[in-house]
Design a protein around this ligand. Sequence first.
Ligand SMILES: CC(C)(COP(=O)(O)OP(=O)(O)OC[C@H]1O[C@@H](n2cnc3c(N)ncnc32)[C@H](O)[C@@H]1OP(=O)(O)O)[C@@H](O)C(=O)NCCC(=O)NCCS
Length: 287
Amino acid sequence: MSTVAVRLVRLVRAHGRGFARGGAYDAGTPAAARVIDAEQLEEVFVRLRAAVEIPAEPACGDRPQVAPVGLRADQVYPARKIAPGTESARLREQETRETLIERYSAALWIDSSAGQRARRVLLRALCKSFGNGVRIGLGVLVLHPHTFEIGDAVFLGSQAFFQGRHDGRCVIGAHSWIGPQAYFDCRDLELGEYVGWGPGAKVLGSEHTGEPADVPIIQTDLVIKPVRVGAGADIGVNAVLLPGATIGEGAIIGANAVVTRDQVIPPYAIAAGIPARVQRSRRDPIA
Ligand SMILES: CC(C)(COP(=O)(O)OP(=O)(O)OC[C@H]1O[C@@H](n2cnc3c(N)ncnc32)[C@H](O)[C@@H]1OP(=O)(O)O)[C@@H](O)C(=O)NCCC(=O)NCCS
């Protein structure tokens, strides 16, 4: 086995995901490890290294290669707020959207500080706006990232899934904490600052009208409704917010609750159950 392949094997073993003794590992499909030959392994290593090691600023005249076909990311996305001169700004200017998404995918499951950094740098290049100090866990998927505005110090837990839409809008306020395996329908979603989002909690932002009744429901019109979560609110583990839900500032939604369509939970309320019912206000003195 070549030196590169040996390094890859060590790297993968060090991360301990799905690696069978005597086998090799395709870093591009971590969920389905498969045996591949040494030549493929070298190629995988090069891809892996490209994903982890974001190159330093190129020397003058040493322009990194731009994919020969397709638009550059700065031609795809409108002007956005990232500081000029950063790695992300450079990537956004010089790489295609497809390339950035591929590189983000390659870094999805790299469980190291370098992997986390690669995800951050690449997602910053892809998003509409992106704050400082954002942490991104393993396997976080963001579809249509150009519609996302992510604030400072946001934490995105592992395997959180953000279902964006090409013409949607998703704002995640600064310092918000998103638990692992959360699901977000991000067609029209705003989370305020310091929102806590329990593991596995979900938001649905659209539903089919179901009319007329003789047409399959998934073929009837889709109605998109805004979902808003106020600053400092806390959404319990496995809770569900349905289209049009509004959660007031500082409110708590209980574990496993279902906030039904168009329901409004007042600021500082504690609501739980299915359907969610307000139990008390956090501002009431405890008896
Ligand atoms: C809803 C919640 C905030 C209530 O906390 P609390 O104000 O301390 O209330 P209590 O534990 O005293 O329970 C009050 C009543 O609500 C009920 N209750 C509590 N949590 C409930 C829930 N998730 N669903 C339904 N009922 C619930 C209790 O059984 C109790 O009922 P009772 O008066 O008939 O005995 C809390 O139980 C909860 O679910 N927190 C979510 C935590 C979480 O997932 N955080 C995310 C981590 S990132």
